[in-house]
Design a protein around this ligand. Structure first.
Ligand SMILES: [Zn+2]
Length: 116
């Protein structure tokens, strides 16, 4: 919220007219009300990067809002460092007898279906 209402202003203020110290008056692009030109701020939103970019839309304090973070870049943390010399699970390790049985069964199936 601090970002959206920067410059210490939360609400739109009516323009001040001073003949001795004239200041520009502008129309807000959001609501269309007359506001002091120096109170306008550029509306910003994310466009795929990590920093919001200006949209060339100048709005008053009450029309400015927080940029939608959905359009910002998603920063993923790096993968964890892998373990050195990993050891396979003892249950996953296939014994020679199991491998021979699997090969024999594969040969049997190939002969059964006429593939070998
Ligand atoms: Zn406005």
């Amino acid at each position: 919220m601090q970002y959206a209402f920067g410059k210490g202003r939360k609400h739109r203020t009516s323009p001040k007219f001073d003949a001795h110290n004239p200041k520009a008056i502008a129309i807000c692009d959001g609501c269309g009300f007359l506001v002091q030109h120096e109170h306008l701020r550029e509306k910003k939103d994310y466009r795929g990067g990590s920093v919001p970019v200006g949209l060339s839309i100048y709005v008053c304090a009450s029309c400015d809002d927080v940029p939608q973070p959905y359009y910002s870049r998603l920063l993923l943390r790096p993968d964890p460092v892998p373990v050195k010399n990993p050891r396979p699970d003892s249950q996953d390790a296939q014994t020679d007898a199991q491998e021979a049985a699997a090969n024999a069964y594969s040969l049997y199936l190939n002969q059964l279906y006429g593939l070998a």
